[in-house]
Design a protein around this ligand. Structure first.
Ligand code: KIV
Length: 311
């Protein structure tokens, strides 16, 4: 790897654990906040090494790691397995767990129980839920129970069908006014931040400027306090159609296919494994072993094998 690539990582010694007061301070100082999703131990260690501020265990896991075609299909149990793995790979970014569809809408009690489960079982420090309307009251209940909550407005994939599909939101004055009102209501309910997804840049910037809390954009222009992208999208692990707001910083899928293809070719061609991938044995031991086998002794008559740690 070139030093040019590594120059964008943050040395472990310089990383400071993210907190809600620090996040708010960043917003107030105009320091851009960097958020990325992660779904397992390797993606969490990448987010950690790159020194991002916030890591979301997003329900986009449904699409990018579990192969569902909709985020509303992912379960709490699946989110918990992924969240636990992410926790093991993170030290400094603030970890946020996405509440899957069905884990918070029906009642305040359900929402508090769902949020507590995510926090206790995955170790995330905050939760995120989608939309305005009834979610405002659920956010208030969760925040009231002492769990930091992030809202999510604009394109809310859990309710994409009701929104008419995966398309930009807030494109009429009426819809934008509703979004501004939802944002104010989520702030009043105690949310520490709101994600705006697929919203015209001017609308997101205007709403963000009237909020005291942190705003994070994805397809919402540069007028929010920070940005979020889905890990697999920004690395080019995801294939196929990509929303226009995604910027690919690598083509990891192609690199992985090429690498696995080279491995397959070398196995088939007999050049892997080579001598450098094999374990050595002392000549005398090998000789004894061969004599034993060649003398026709049954291997099962041997004493126990002496295992050495693999090197
Ligand atoms: O699930 C997710 O990845 C998200 C982000 C797009 C904000 O909600």
């Amino acid at each position: 790897m070139s030093s040019g690539v590594l120059s964008h990582t943050v040395p472990a010694a310089d990383r400071v654990a993210m907190s809600l007061p620090r996040l708010q301070e960043m917003k107030e100082n105009g320091e851009p906040i960097v958020m990325v999703t992660a779904y397992d131990f390797p993606s969490a260690t990448v987010a950690e090494a790159a020194g991002v501020d916030l890591v979301l265990v997003g329900d986009s896991a449904a699409n990018v790691v579990l192969g569902y075609d909709r985020t509303d299909l992912v379960s709490m149990e699946e989110m918990i397995v992924l969240g636990k793995a992410v926790r093991r790979g993170l030290k400094t970014p603030l970890m946020i767990g996405d509440m899957p569809m069905g884990s918070y809408e029906a009642s305040d009690e359900l929402a508090i129980q769902g949020a507590q489960r995510l926090v206790k079982e995955t170790g995330c420090q905050a939760v995120k839920l989608e939309a305005g309307g009834v979610s405002v009251q659920r956010a208030r209940a969760i925040a009231g129970a002492g769990i930091p909550v992030m809202g999510h407005l604009g394109l809310t994939p859990q309710t994409a069908t009701a929104l008419g599909g995966y398309k930009a939101q807030g494109k009429s004055a009426r819809a934008a006014i509703q979004m501004a009102e939802d944002a104010q209501a989520l702030q009043a309910a105690g949310c520490f931040a709101i994600v705006f997804e697929a919203v015209p840049a001017e609308i997101a910037a205007t709403i963000a400027a009237r909020l005291d809390i942190v705003t994070i954009g994805i397809g919402a222009g540069s007028g929010t306090s920070g940005q979020v992208l889905v890990f697999h999208d920004l690395l080019g692990i995801t294939t196929g159609h990509m929303a226009k707001f995604v910027k690919r910083y690598a083509d990891v899928h192609e690199g992985m296919v090429a690498a696995v293809g080279r491995y397959a070719a070398e196995v088939r061609g007999g050049s892997f494994p080579g001598p450098e991938h094999a374990y050595a044995i002392d000549e005398d031991e090998l000789e004894d072993f061969r004599r034993h086998v060649d003398d026709g002794h049954a291997l099962t008559s041997m004493q126990s094998w002496e295992w050495e740690p693999l090197g």
